[in-house]
Write a protein that binds this ligand. Structure first.
Ligand SMILES: Nc1ncnc2c1ncn2[C@@H]1O[C@H](COP(=O)(O)OP(=O)(O)OP(=O)(O)O)[C@@H](O)[C@H]1O
Ligand SMILES: [Mg+2]
Length: 241
């Protein structure tokens, strides 16, 4: 299988405090890989460092075979990698459609009127609910609708590699499962390469191909979905079984 995203020995942190202590992982093209781990393990820091929002101290980020370790975030978006951040980060006073259009401008192909109209109609096809509410202020959407909008906005840049930081956070279990199922469909139907950080472990593992478990800034375990699902210590620590 082709290389989507490869991370090698990544280290980073905040000021003097080191958070990532040499994280290595690999996400095959058109696969969905999940990163599990307790609060404070460094999962958000990992995604932000891959994206280049946090500066890597050491190690490499390789996107489809190309070293992009020090490529700035907007340039990564232009090259086809996008992050759906923790907590959605929408513009609450702007409408649904305005939020979507802001996702398009970093990508040359979607910067033209024809380009973004095409991207917009694809997002509306995926989320009919957003089309119905295109003129509504983002801040007045329900939690599930806001998460759809955050994902829709990321898709407006037409990524090949999508990073998501806890997309099901704060959602009712049924909606959370719908969101993760949707990601799984995007992978299957559009060949998206997905790296997902999730606390909703049962739903994430059901759909993932491969999983990594991170604790205190290092990967402590990894494996195919079934291996992780049947791992006794993971079942106890994360699935409450
Ligand atoms: N901006 C920041 N400045 C200083 N320390 C930070 C900053 N952001 C995160 N940290 C620290 O880095 C460590 C890892 O945080 P991070 O947000 O990456 O964890 P996480 O695995 O995403 O946790 P959660 O599951 O709660 O989202 C924590 O100890 C946190 O306090
Ligand atoms: Mg986090």
């Amino acid at each position: 299988m082709g290389e989507g995203l490869v991370v090698e020995g990544l280290e980073s942190g905040y000021g003097e405090m080191q958070v990532l202590w040499g994280v290595s992982l690999r996400v095959n093209r058109a696969s969905m890989t999940v990163v599990l781990g307790p609060n404070g393990a460094g999962k958000t820091t990992l995604l932000r460092t891959i994206m280049g929002i946090n500066k890597p101290w050491k190690g490499k980020v390789i996107m489809e075979g190309e070293d992009v370790t020090f490529v700035p975030p907007h340039e990564k978006v232009a090259r086809g990698m996008t992050l759906v951040p923790e907590g959605r980060r929408l513009f609450p006073e702007l409408t649904v459609e305005e939020n979507l259009l802001l996702g398009a401008y970093t990508r040359i192909s979607t910067r033209s009127t024809a380009g973004y109209r095409e991207a917009l109609s694809q997002v509306y096809e995926l989320f009919p609910r957003l089309r119905e509410r295109r003129g509504q202020k983002a801040g007045t959407l329900s939690g599930g609708e806001q998460q759809m909008l955050a994902i829709g906005r990321a898709l407006m840049s037409e990524p090949r590699i999508l990073l998501l930081d806890e997309p099901s956070q704060g959602l009712a279990p049924k909606i959370a499962i719908q969101i993760i199922d949707l990601l799984s469909n995007l992978r299957r139907e559009r060949g998206l390469t997905i790296l997902l950080v999730e606390q909703n472990i049962a739903a994430a593992l059901k759909n993932a191909d491969y999983a990594y478990v991170m604790e205190q800034g290092v990967i402590i375990k990894e494996g195919e979905r079934d291996k992780i699902l049947h791992d006794e210590s993971i079942r106890q620590a994360y699935l409450g079984l």
